[in-house]
Design a protein around this ligand. Structure first.
Ligand code: ZN
Length: 857
């Protein structure tokens, strides 16, 4: 009956490659058994050492230092006594634990989240208080009916703490209990998993035994809706082993662990009271890109358990019924509680205002949903002792002094409703060097300000503003919309007027970085993404207030009508970040045609390359910067190849509902697929010699680029002939003769790669290499193995179904056999015509290889 809880967590990384640091860390042999000291838990009837309640005044005496808040905290000597109000029993409390200070060089940073759970205080049987961890699996909407009881019985939440009541606080009548005093010192100066690192994180960091004598609570603060507990914890680390091939691993062998054998971290645990009345859920819609939360619901009337999937968003409500009416009439109104992001005081002064602008930029999107001043950035008040950066009531954009080239925008939401409660955006200092590389490589042919190693503050500030907006977008609930940029026709990317009005992508949530298509003669000067039509629509979908809708179902019907209307304009479409086959949904691409867009992109790369030496020049410096930027330039070229490749075997996937016209899945037309292969034949398999600028290569590399070109060609050829693409081509060409087929793909590739066979000229080294690669691949496909074929399920826009296909049981080996046979014959003819010695050797070698493969002796 109980199904597994599925929470959609899509990491909000703006830059994917920084993500792997933890995942790549080596797993250690075993987690240490002693790593987590248990709470002093006792059976409810245990007599030994049980403390009987004493009069309140005896326990909370005159030496107590008391702080009032969600939970009143009494500090007596080195003990922290928590006074749990009677009204809090049974309420759901979210606990979030973050690092506040971390060891240097560990790849972990103050502000990052390490643990998050929902807990609940409960009265025990014998003057004790229990702390349970609550798992959100199921909820029954019919609280009074028998079904609700069945659901409750099936979810017994684990007890993570059992505390003797030291004293009762009586209410004003002196009769009823108003609060219970318990001692939580040993929970927070110990290593309790709910409020510390989980075993996996410990393994990743090589953390071993908890050191009680070097650990303590440093501070506890209580506020109206939250209590903040800061503790210092020390652990021993696993000694490093001798390795003959040492490789640096971030997060493993922390430098301080190597020096001292122990590491010390400071953690902050926030206990936040979840809202008494959960916000009304807004049902997830695959046509709009929101993060989602889900759980299974059991209803008596329903014949199956339904899975509720709902969007994650902030609670924006009018201040009054009068305001709600105003908003309905089209007036903008201010929300009861606006969304406020504070800017970390550690942020360098000159960037603060740009980060704030990136937050304030969202105001126009909220105006589209009927709200004014709904969101704003604020500078952190200096010298205000009542405010703490880790306080869960404040959403903060944290600034980390780290080498990592990344930023992320997570949020903390109520698991019952999807209500976002707060958000801590992380910003790593080195993101700036990544922004510099991208902007230079993508726009320096057009924007003179990009032609330098160090951008001026105005340009860098604008880049920071763009990243700030993107990350804030995630914390408003928005996912990446990788399809947004495909709504802009390529030629419009070169249209100055159009660009000024609309920008190059309809969403800042796309990975559409900068306009690399605009040519120097076009005069386009707006090259940045900005909050666009899709973003405004998505905010309207998520944040429109429906005063008259009485239920979730009524609200859903209204939203459906709005969405159908919005879908008439493809600038408002959402394209999932996970589609394996839709060429419109790609990262780092722009425009509606990857072939045309990439041609313009390559024209610009050809303009930039000869200037790299001049733009990076600095006396006394090595050529490392040139090496770095040359790598960025070839990386950009490789991206173009990837964008084009996805059109081959491509399928458009546009989420549809029953009441919409047209099909959800459509095959990419043959003409486009053939165009993609032609592009690759022209730009990649015909040697891109312009990339081999020997003036640059001779300064950064002992080689001349022969192997580098081959590696690029190999990657694309392998991708074109990958099993899942082949399976899609077989499926789609079976439906209709006019669809592109595997045989046509292989023929088109062969005609391009072996174009020399038609004449009598020589075949140069680069071409001999790609021809050998091709023959090797075709021989491999005679015994092709299996392919994993993925699909995104309809109704959701995340996750995959996968199935395995045995390629030996498809037409693939037959096609490769047929193609190899005819290629062999063509080569025989050509080799007799050729006079160049190496070309002849090469063809004779390939003929012999094919002969052996087709007819092994
Ligand atoms: Zn992102």
């Amino acid at each position: 009956m109980v199904k597994k809880k599925l929470t959609l967590i899509i990491t909000c990384l703006l830059f994917c490659f920084a993500q792997g640091t933890f995942a790549q860390s080596k797993k250690k042999k075993r987690a240490d058994k002693n790593a987590s000291a248990k709470v002093e838990a006792k059976a409810p009837d245990a007599k030994d050492g049980k403390k009987e309640p004493k009069p309140y005044k005896k326990v909370i005496d005159s030496t107590a230092v008391t702080q009032k808040g969600l939970i009143d905290i009494h500090k007596i000597n080195d003990k922290y006594l928590f006074e749990i109000p009677d009204s809090l029993l049974g309420s759901e409390i979210m606990t979030i634990t973050r690092y506040s200070k971390t060891p240097a060089g560990g790849g972990i940073f103050g502000g990052e989240e390490i643990n998050r759970q929902v807990v609940r205080w409960e009265k025990g049987l014998n003057n004790n208080i229990l702390l349970r961890s609550v798992t959100y699996v199921i909820m029954s909407p019919d609280e009074d009916k028998p079904m609700a009881q069945a659901v409750k019985n099936s979810t017994s939440d684990p007890i993570i703490g059992n505390y003797d009541i030291l004293a009762f606080k009586k209410d004003s009548t002196g009769k009823n209990n108003a609060g219970y005093v318990i001692d939580l010192t040993s929970t927070f100066d110990a290593d309790v998993q709910t409020f510390s690192l989980d075993p996996i994180k410990k393994q990743l960091l090589n953390i071993q035994t908890f050191q009680k004598d070097k650990s303590f609570i440093s501070k506890i603060s209580s506020y109206p809706i939250n209590t903040e507990i800061r503790s210092v914890k020390t652990f021993t680390t696993t000694p490093p082993r001798i390795s003959t091939t040492p490789t640096p691993q971030i997060g493993v062998n922390l430098p301080s662990g190597l020096d001292a054998g122990v590491i010390t971290v400071e953690m902050n645990t926030s206990m936040i009271l979840l809202p008494k009345t959960p916000m009304r859920k807004r049902e997830f819609d695959a046509r709009v890109g929101y993060f989602a939360n889900q759980y299974d619901v059991f209803e008596e009337e329903s014949q199956k358990s339904d899975t509720k999937v709902f969007a994650v968003r902030w609670r924006l409500e009018p201040k009054s019924e009068e305001d709600a009416q105003k908003q309905k009439r089209g007036e903008l109104i201010e929300p009861k509680k606006p969304i406020v992001y504070y800017i970390d005081p550690a942020t360098p002064e000159k960037w603060k205002k740009f980060i704030k602008q990136g937050i304030d930029d969202w105001q126009v999107a909220f105006e589209n949903a009927g709200w004014k001043n709904a969101i704003r950035g604020e500078y952190w008040p200096e010298n205000d002792p009542t405010m703490s950066l880790e306080d869960a009531r404040f959403s903060v954009l944290r600034y980390f002094a780290a080498e990592i080239q990344n930023a992320y925008g997570p949020n903390v939401h109520d698991p019952r409703s999807g209500e976002i409660l707060e958000s801590h955006i992380g910003w790593y200092h080195n993101i700036m060097s990544l922004l510099r590389n991208w902007y230079l490589i993508q726009t320096a042919a057009v924007d003179p300000a990009a032609r330098s190693k160090k951008f001026d503050d105005k340009l860098m500030g604008e880049l920071i503003r763009f990243v700030s907006s993107h990350e804030v977008g995630h914390t408003l609930g928005l996912r990446h919309n990788m399809g947004a940029s495909s709504a802009t026709p390529v030629e419009k990317l070169r249209d100055k007027e159009y660009q000024e009005k609309n920008g190059h992508t309809s969403s800042i949530m796309d990975y559409a970085r900068f306009n690399y298509v605009a040519q120097p003669e076009d005069g386009v000067t707006t090259l940045f993404p900005r909050i666009g039509d899709y973003d405004k629509w998505a905010i309207k979908w998520g944040y429109s207030y429906f005063d008259e809708a009485k239920t979730e179902t009524e609200e859903k019907a209204k939203l459906n009508e709005m969405t159908k209307e919005a879908y008439k304009n493809n600038r408002l479409w959402f394209g999932t970040e996970t589609s394996p086959y839709d060429p419109r949904y790609q990262t780092e691409d722009i425009g509606d045609n990857a072939m045309r867009a990439s041609e313009y992109g390559i024209k610009n790369l050809k303009r930039i390359l000869p200037n790299l030496l001049e733009w990076t020049k600095e006396n006394g410096e090595s050529y490392a910067e040139l090496d770095n930027l040359y790598g960025a330039l070839t990386g950009q070229f490789r991206r173009y190849m990837g964008h084009v490749t996805k059109n081959v075997g491509g399928i458009y996937d546009s989420p549809k509902t029953y009441d919409m016209t047209g099909n959800q899945f459509e095959v990419v037309p043959k003409s486009i697929q053939k165009d993609a292969v032609l592009f690759l034949n022209t730009q990649l398999f015909t040697t891109p010699k312009w990339l081999l600028d020997q003036n640059i290569l001779s300064k950064i590399n002992p080689e001349s680029g022969v192997e580098a070109i081959k590696a690029m060609q190999d990657a694309t050829l392998s991708s074109l002939l990958a099993g899942d693409r082949i399976v899609r081509l077989i499926e789609t060409s079976s439906m209709n003769k006019n669809n592109y087929s595997v045989d046509e793909l292989v023929s088109d590739l062969k005609n391009g790669i072996f174009s020399e066979l038609k004449g009598s000229g020589s075949i140069d080294l680069y071409r001999r290499n790609i021809q050998k690669l091709y023959v090797d691949k075709m021989i491999e496909l005679l015994k092709p193995g299996t392919a994993m074929v993925r699909a995104v399920p309809v109704g959701v826009t995340y996750g995959f179904t996968t199935r395995r296909v045995n390629l030996a049981q498809t037409d693939l080996p037959s096609i490769s056999r047929g193609q190899l046979n005819s290629l062999k014959n063509e080569m025989k003819l050509a080799s007799s015509r050729m006079t160049d010695r190496m070309s002849k050797y090469h063809l004779q070698d390939l003929i012999s290889r094919i002969g052996q493969a087709l007819d092994p002796k």
